[in-house]
Design a protein around this ligand. Structure first.
Ligand SMILES: *Cc1c(COP(=O)(O)O)cnc(C)c1O
Length: 479
């Protein structure tokens, strides 16, 4: 690696003169300054060197502002910088959750407005903004399902998922105290109706479905599935992380979903990755509203907005305070900028871009389900397998071309999966460059498979033992 740690940079006498000596009164630091740490080994490095250090570091990693990032299921789209500016305005960023209610009316009004937009987009009746991630929304959804069943005097033990489900789905189900039962897919990559019939026993509390599913396919028999679930007295939950394919085009509420979580950080613009930051609001049908998280925002008769804690059926809270407010601001700014028409065009373009990649690569890479896709396309690397090349080799070689790798080996229902989500923010030229790289990699697989086994060779670090790399944080020491 060419960039050393900042503590190892050559030190200079150049002081950054901006930081004045402490002017805190001595009694603040304790009787003999005991709250002050005096032995901090902070390197004195001139400002230009510090800037260069961090800019160089930032270019060692891949990020959406540096290049194409087709990581399937994650919706790594370009996030307009104006959203960052707006969420950082002092009137938003400086708010404190315990401020008097009459000083945060605008913040409450924005949250209420966002709830309305999300209700409209999902076709559902009420929204909570509190969960801090998609998976957090799922867990909230499971608690809602339990509360709804309890009110009806029922205790059920199982929740169904399709075999293509995202890993967080079974995790949330088990954390929520339910047994998770997997339902196989049919030959078109959808939930298999016969298998569902068998799995749908009276002890099934709900089914959790991602639509479009993680194979990038729309569950085009969703009405039938919803009907079966409801006739069984169960609820239908949608993992809405793939909502980028649907906004303005289709509404989960009209498909029969009772509860949906939305990944604001994916669909509605927040730079994310490595586990955050995020917001996973949950939208529900009217009769689930009484169970939503505390507090709700209510409007009093004089027009003032207030927190409503007087909700006896509520499942409580899933985190402190009211949600990841700055992510909510980013999402609202993004929605206002695009408007209803713009949001619809966002989804249309995301779908168009994915189908363009599908059409141009399907003669070269195996397409397990030969259907139009939605916002992402899942290929298999099986065609390249006969040259001894695996999905991981293709993914690693893409790094040499300056692209982030697609998601690989997921969903599990596809052997050697390559899951590509281009998103709507890429130009035709960017898509073409990626496609050309994929075509060239296929040629290399035939002619120089060893090149792919060694890849990446042009990145700051090349291939290492991935199992070890997940545990040893100093990856350079692995080489
Ligand atoms: C990203 C994702 C999740 C989980 O969302 P987090 O915000 O990462 O917790 C769940 N399901 C699907 C399909 C996803 O793509």
């Amino acid at each position: 690696m060419s960039v050393p740690l900042i503590f190892d940079l050559p030190r200079s006498d150049a002081r950054n003169g901006y930081i004045p000596d402490s002017d805190l009164p001595e009694d603040v630091l304790g009787p003999s300054g005991e709250l002050q740490r005096c032995e901090l080994d902070i390197p004195q490095i001139a400002e230009p060197e510090v800037m260069r250090h961090f800019i160089n570091l930032s270019t060692l990693n891949h990020h959406i502002d540096k290049g194409f990032y087709p990581l399937g299921s994650c919706t790594m789209k370009y996030n307009p910088k104006v959203n960052e500016t707006i969420s950082g305005l002092p009137g938003f960023a400086g708010l404190h959750p315990h401020q008097p209610i009459d000083t945060i009316q605008t913040a409450l009004a924005i949250m209420l407005e966002l709830e309305k937009w999300l209700a409209e987009i999902t076709g559902l009746d009420a929204v909570t903004l509190q969960p801090a991630a998609g998976s957090h929304g799922e867990l909230t959804g499971i608690f809602l399902i339990r509360a709804w069943l309890k009110q009806r005097g029922e205790k059920r033990t199982k929740i169904l998922i399709p075999d293509s489900a995202h890993g967080t789905n079974p995790a949330s189900i088990v954390m929520g105290g339910y047994q998770c039962v997997s339902v196989p897919s049919d030959s078109r990559g959808r939930i298999d109706i016969d298998a569902l019939k068998q799995a749908l026993t009276p002890d099934v509390a709900a089914m959790m479905i991602t639509n479009p599913n993680t194979v990038g396919l729309y569950e085009d028999h969703i009405d039938e599935v919803a009907d079966m679930i409801h006739r069984n007295g169960s609820l239908l939950y949608m993992d809405g992380a793939n909502l980028n394919a649907m906004v303005g085009l289709a509404k989960p509420g009209l498909m029969g979903f009772d509860i949906v979580h939305i990944n604001l950080h994916k669909t509605f613009s927040t730079p994310h990755g490595g586990g955050g930051p995020g917001a996973g609001p949950v939208a529900v049908r009217r009769d689930l509203e009484p169970f939503l998280l505390l507090p709700r925002i209510s409007q009093s008769s004089n027009g003032w907005l207030d927190w409503d804690y007087d909700r006896p059926l509520s499942i409580g809270k899933v985190q402190s305070h009211f949600g990841n407010f700055s992510i909510l601001i980013r999402a609202m700014a993004y929605m206002f900028a695009l408007g209803a028409e713009g949001l619809k065009r966002m989804s249309e373009t995301a779908i168009l871009n994915a189908n363009y990649v599908l059409a141009r690569l399907k003669d070269t890479y195996k397409l397990p389900f030969d259907r139009y896709c939605t916002h992402e396309v899942v290929f298999s690397a099986d065609n390249q397998g006969k040259y001894g090349v695996k999905a991981v080799d293709i993914a690693k070689r893409l790094l040499d071309f300056g692209f982030h790798a697609p998601t690989i080996n997921f969903p599990l229902v596809i052997h050697e999966a390559l899951m590509i989500e281009p998103t709507e923010t890429e130009t035709l030229a960017a898509l073409d460059a990626f496609i050309e790289a994929m075509l060239q990699i296929d040629c290399e697989a035939k002619e120089h498979p060893e090149l792919l086994h060694q890849a990446p060779t042009l990145t700051p670090v090349s291939r290492f033992d991935e199992a070890a790399a997940a545990r040893v944080l100093d990856i350079c020491s692995l080489k």
